[in-house]
Design a protein around this ligand. Structure first.
Ligand code: GAR
Length: 208
């Protein structure tokens, strides 16, 4: 079994896509060991509970400083020893120790076609607001490995989504999730678990 930990902050629809894929067999041989949220009231924790997966909360406000929070987060991951850490809407700066220890073993889903609308300040609905403000006609989502930059790691998979004339940030967010995120995150995970994904010279290579 290929073991993963999923980190979340909010609604957990991407977590749900993974849970559903594991159940349906479209993500074979993957086990979700634990779900970690930085937010006690994240609905994602309820989704974990309903799926019979352990969910824990590690919130910055429960620790004296950032260093202690970082250590607690790292401990909660190391304790179960996953093969891969999946950031599924985890809106927290990833501790450098974690990035070092899990080099090319942390993936993130970002709601735009990186490098567009990515980096500091681009997360959640803010991405879609910026897309509409700029007036681009195509957006999408990206799954990438996490390195020590902000949304700069090797890109695993991207999927484009049309921006429609009457879109609001909310309608666009929903369509990007439905058409792109819930497709490419489970798919990327299945490929990684099958050993089909390698990184060479900072670029991802997927075996045919
Ligand atoms: C998703 O749209 C994900 O791409 C985004 O947060 C949302 C979480 O939704 N992540 C980022 O913006 C990371 N920079 P979910 O909790 O329903 O999966």
């Amino acid at each position: 079994m290929f073991k993963i930990v999923v980190c979340v902050s909010g609604g957990g629809t991407n977590l749900q896509a993974i849970i559903d894929g594991v159940r349906a067999g479209s993500i074979p041989n993957v086990e979700i060991l634990r779900v970690i949220s930085n937010n006690k009231s994240a609905y994602a924790l309820e989704r974990a509970k309903q799926a019979g997966i352990e969910g824990i909360c590690i919130a910055p406000r429960d620790y004296a400083d950032r260093e202690q929070f970082n250590e607690a987060l790292l401990y909660a991951i190391d304790e179960v020893g996953p093969d891969l850490v999946v950031l599924a809407g985890f809106l927290v700066t990833i501790p450098p120790q974690l990035i070092r220890e899990y080099e090319n073993r942390i993936i993130n889903i970002h709601p735009s076609l990186i490098p567009a609308f990515s980096g500091t300040g681009y997360y959640g609905l803010k991405v879609h607001e910026a897309v509409l403000k700029r007036g681009v006609k195509v957006t999408g989502a990206t799954v990438h490995f996490v390195d020590d930059g902000m949304d700069t790691g090797p890109i695993i998979m991207q999927k484009a989504v049309q921006v429609l004339r009457n879109d609001t940030p909310e309608t666009l967010q929903r369509r990007v999730m439905e058409e792109a995120e819930w497709v490419i995150l489970p798919w990327s995970l299945a490929l990684i678990a099958a050993g089909a994904v390698t990184v060479e010279d900072g670029k991802v290579c997927i075996a045919e």
